[in-house]
Design a protein around this ligand. Structure first.
Ligand code: AMP
Ligand code: GLY
Length: 421
């Protein structure tokens, strides 16, 4: 079949590489893709919020199935737009996407079904929120309600910090803010857990741990993710069972009660406290860079799995994983997550040799006049899979040295918790 992928990051290049191996897929278009997808698919320059135009191109190019990478078009309703067309779409509808689009939507489902999560309160005004904070214990977490691209979350050690957070949110720093969420600070270790669902059943889709902070030792400002490894060291059959029973099933039931269901990947952001899972957040998509880290471990046909999902036949899908350790390091533009230069040339990519267990996955790149250029904050993902995280890390180190990009930087300590010195 002919398939379209929406998005332009590392996640989408990883999806593209895996779908390119599918027995049932003959051609791939990327809306708009990056320099990496350009090597194996056809990039189409487009605004991904322009559903009408995407549909027109799908009809012209005879695209039969669309796989949506990022959250924004999902929250904007791209799945609803294509629902009654001949084009299958993989990704949750607008209502189900509120699991990521509105933190208070998710928290209300948690409350109704007793899903383990941090204690929380929702406020509509600055005055009420501040009154609550005056009598609170610190640290405390303050969150803007809507989509904020991983920003909009403040971990506050003192009242003054939380006051500033409340002010920034209500002043509209993350878009129109009618609601603010204040929640208990959980102490534990974070884990990302993924499922895939066809609206009727769901299956586990691996675990990972990512490094969100920009600095070595997990310090400094939050980013979209500086690296990840999979599987998570915390995961076990027992933990998965708890997550499925206590968190996923009641959430899917909550959506059913609202008259809808969930089709797509669901990213479950968890805090594991003494082997007990607490929900921190949902994302209605694969993680980035978790997707790049996880997909090389998939030993089944992703095209078939996604098509079965679109046909509500996920129960027939075979999802098998290599028993290997995957590690991904993200190469970023200097300055990220703050300001950085764009259109910076990246040398050494063209003749770079990698073996079948090593992957260079593009994110913010473009190809022009026979050269690769960095156009984003997160530029390349370097991944290796092997029998141990230590070996995988040695391999990613070697590749990064070969790339030797003077205008970029990366964290040298990705996976430090799973690699013994
Ligand atoms: P979120 O966008 O909700 O995932 O939050 C971003 C990051 O803030 C998470 O990955 C956690 O590291 C941290 N965080 C969010 N909520 C909490 C919480 N209740 N307790 C501790 N850390 C949190
Ligand atoms: N790696 C975090 C995210 O995709 O949101």
């Amino acid at each position: 079949m002919i398939v379209g992928i929406i998005g332009s990051g590392g996640r989408e290049h990883a999806l593209c590489l895996k779908l390119n191996q599918s027995k049932i897929i003959e051609k791939i278009y990327c809306f708009p893709g990056n320099a990496g997808t350009n090597l194996i698919a056809n990039n189409i320059e487009i605004n991904i919020s322009d559903f009408k135009k995407i549909k027109k191109i799908c009809e012209e190019k005879k695209i039969e199935m669309l796989v949506v990478g990022p959250e924004k078009p999902l929250v904007e309703g791209i799945s609803d737009y294509f629902k009654n067309s001949n084009i299958k779409i993989f990704g949750p509808n607008k209502l189900a996407s509120q699991l990521e689009g509105s933190k208070t939507f998710t928290k209300k489902i948690c409350k109704k079904f007793n899903i383990p999560t941090s204690k929380f309160e929702i406020f509509e005004s600055k005055a009420e929120a501040l009154k609550f904070l005056k009598n609170s214990k610190f640290p405390i977490v303050v969150k803007a309600d809507g989509l904020a691209s991983g920003k909009g979350v403040y971990i506050c050690k003192k009242f003054e910090e939380s006051k500033k957070a409340i002010e920034e949110i209500f002043e509209g720093r993350f878009g129109i803010a009618n609601l603010v969420l204040i929640e208990e600070f959980l102490i534990g270790e974070e884990m990302s857990y993924f499922i895939i669902s066809d609206g009727k059943t769901f299956k586990s889709f691996q675990s990972a741990q990512d490094h969100k902070r920009v600095g070595e030792g997990d310090t400094g400002p939050n980013t979209g993710g500086m690296g990840a490894y999979s599987p998570s060291r915390l995961n076990s059959d027992d933990l998965e069972d708890k997550i499925n029973r206590r968190i996923i099933l009641p959430t899917l039931k909550g959506l059913n009660d609202l008259g809808t269901n969930y089709v797509g990947f669901l990213y479950v952001g968890l805090m594991i406290v003494n082997n007990e899972p607490y929900l921190i957040e949902y994302n209605v998509r694969m993680g980035d860079p978790e997707c790049q880290t996880i997909l090389p471990l998939l030993n089944s046909d992703l095209g078939e799995i996604i098509k079965l999902c679109c046909d509500e036949k996920l129960e027939l899908a075979k999802i098998e994983w290599l028993n290997k350790k995957s590690l991904c390091v993200v190469l970023c533009s200097k300055g990220y997550p703050g300001a950085y230069k764009k259109n910076v040339k990246i040398d050494n990519l063209e003749n770079l040799k990698t073996d079948e267990n090593q992957f260079i996955i593009h994110a913010g790149t473009k190809f022009e006049k026979n050269n690769f250029y960095a156009i984003g904050g997160r530029v390349l993902n370097v991944i290796a899979i092997s029998d141990t995280f230590g070996e995988s890390k040695m391999q990613t180190d070697k590749i990064l040295k070969k790339i030797n990009w003077k205008d970029g930087f990366y964290r040298s300590d990705i996976g430090y918790k799973v690699i013994s010195k």
